[in-house]
Design a protein around this ligand. Structure first.
Ligand code: HEM
Length: 183
């Protein structure tokens, strides 16, 4: 199952900002729609006024059993009625990251950067879904999606600050932050 994020003129989410964090940004669009499909839906021609990013919510690569259980015990699902704010953050990591072995990546991801242990506290306020895009030949390796209530906007800002200061993030070569609100 493919999930496609389409930035354009219409959609269920109103885009409030498109911000470049690192590398090339994406064109500012008015709205974001999210489509699930059996086949990948990519544009025939690149456009200045819209974009499509596809990913797959696949299996976990780094999470250990105990962590998976900890997450499952506290996390909230997508689509909560109070979660009227969301963010789409497409991310690409550099060649140095992909040259590392699985063990080396896990060490940076969790032992050094505490990606899971350091962010568990943000659950269940922040609901999340990770989509993998690298193997689809997409411009980003990951599409990350977060939903939260308006009163948790600053909590989400704090979470971003924490993660972006980690060693893991030194391998990020492209990152765009798209903030949206439900129409
Ligand atoms: C991967 C948890 C916030 C970006 C992961 C994984 C977990 C996780 C468990 C590993 C999945 C696997 O085993 O493959 C969390 C929790 C968060 C959080 C609990 C708190 C809300 C964020 C934020 C961002 C982000 C705010 C982006 C700004 C990523 C990326 C990956 C990832 C890019 C893939 C890393 C890779 O495979 O190299 N996250 N995350 N996460 N997360 Fe987070």
């Amino acid at each position: 199952m493919f999930t496609t994020f389409r930035g354009g003129q219409s959609g269920g989410w109103k885009v409030t900002s498109v911000a470049r964090v690192k590398g090339e940004t994406l064109p500012k669009v008015a709205a974001l729609s999210i489509i699930s499909s059996e086949a990948i839906a990519l544009p025939l021609l690149p456009s200045q006024t819209s974009w499509r990013l596809a990913g797959v919510a696949g299996h976990l690569r780094y999470t250990e059993k105990a962590e998976k259980e900890q997450l499952a015990a506290v996390q909230a699902g997508l689509g909560r009625s109070e979660a009227t704010h969301a963010a789409l953050i497409p991310i690409r990591k550099n060649a140095a990251w992909w040259e590392l072995t699985q063990d080396e990546r896990r060490e940076i991801f969790e032992d050094k950067s505490h990606h899971i242990a350091g962010t568990l506290n943000y659950l269940p306020a922040i609901a999340r879904q990770l989509y993998h895009a690298r193997d689809l030949g997409q411009p980003f390796d990951f599409l990350t999606w977060f939903e939260f209530a308006p009163e948790h906007v600053s909590l989400f800002d704090e979470l971003l600050g924490t993660l972006r200061a980690t060693e893991e993030w030194s391998y990020v070569e492209r990152e765009v932050e798209i903030r949206v609100e439900r129409e």
